[in-house]
Design a protein around this ligand. Sequence first.
Ligand SMILES: [Zn+2]
Length: 433
Amino acid sequence: MKKTVIKGADVLGRGRSDLLIADGRLVETGRLDIADAEVVDADGLVALPGLVDLHTHLRQPGYEESETVLSGSQAAAKGGYTAVCAMANSTPVADSPAVVEQVADLGRRAGYVDVQPIGAVSQGLEGRRLAEMGEMAQSQARVRMFSDDGKCVNDPLLMRRALEYAASVDGLIAQHAEESRLTEGSQMHEGAVSARLGMVGWPEVAETSIIARDVLLAEYLDARVHFCHVSTRRSAEIIAAAKKRGVAVTAEVCPHHLILTDHAAQGYDPVFKVNPPLRENDDVEALRSALADGTIDAVATDHAPHSAENKDCEWNAARPGMLGLETALSIAVEALGGPEDVDWNLVAERTSRTPARIAGLRAHGHDFDIGAEANLTLVDPGGRWTVYGNELSSLSTNTPYAGMELPVTVNATFLRGNATVRNGQLTEAMGEN
Ligand SMILES: [Zn+2]
């Protein structure tokens, strides 16, 4: 039996403990002296449950030059993740059992993180007919989350049917809230900066009007709705009011919306082009408080790799999207108070426990319970690193943080007790090759 003992970790920032892992599960905690175990020295490191991302674009099938399930899984492991939910806007679209099973299978073979496919809401993301939601739920990929992300489910009747169908399989709809008529031709956030630059703006009401509608639909139908990449103060206010009324609503915020503003567009560097766009300082502050107080449930990356061909061009022609997996933890820590003041228990709640619960990933996001799968991350709280796109594990380099120094480094990541990252470096994963 393979045994590993992690020595002297600060478990969830609550105190030192050793962790004994055997056959992929946590079997004992406390002060341990185990003769026949591999020893991992975790002195000075914080142990967190492995991070879970609700929103990853892995780009396979269809855009393998930007990312593959393997390269995206490696980027995730380096970022401290043990599970990611793969968005459905691949080519072909993940709207049938065949595609979701293919993605899940590629994830198993890569072996760096658990890859949970998200199914499309509509066939081909066209917003007309429902995808094979029931079949995807019953497939080996066990799909529970459905999203047309990249596009909004605009048609209220289709959204109603999707919410009803998802409820019948104990699933949920993850909505990309964007009233597309209000964002036609848009290039950035609509505000003072877009007016000055002469760019067509993406007004916040395009997001809030869909969130308000879908909250009411979910309430009416007693169904679960989750809002992707919430980006404005008003969105957080609507979600807070809905939660107060007991509506089954959850929401995520992306790291870049917690730290960057629309001022970044002033240099016309398309690396800062993203959908929804970077907003104003007032929104950033509101989103930080909403994340801290639980109005917003989770940090999700919206990791969106793009090849140089689609990104290194003039602003108007560039695709929206940014890398996120390898930098998310650092930015979340920064947004939740900085490395000196951060509450690690809160970090675990927003980056692991709650996203695992939303996605229904029972093997992830637990609190070092005896008998649970050993999916965990060791973080160096005093570590600092400078981001360089070409040093990231993603096949693409479109990080908005290039040249920035960020707090906190991931020292090690364990998936079912096997190190996918050790001393900050990827290992050979234990995938089913
Ligand atoms: Zn989206």
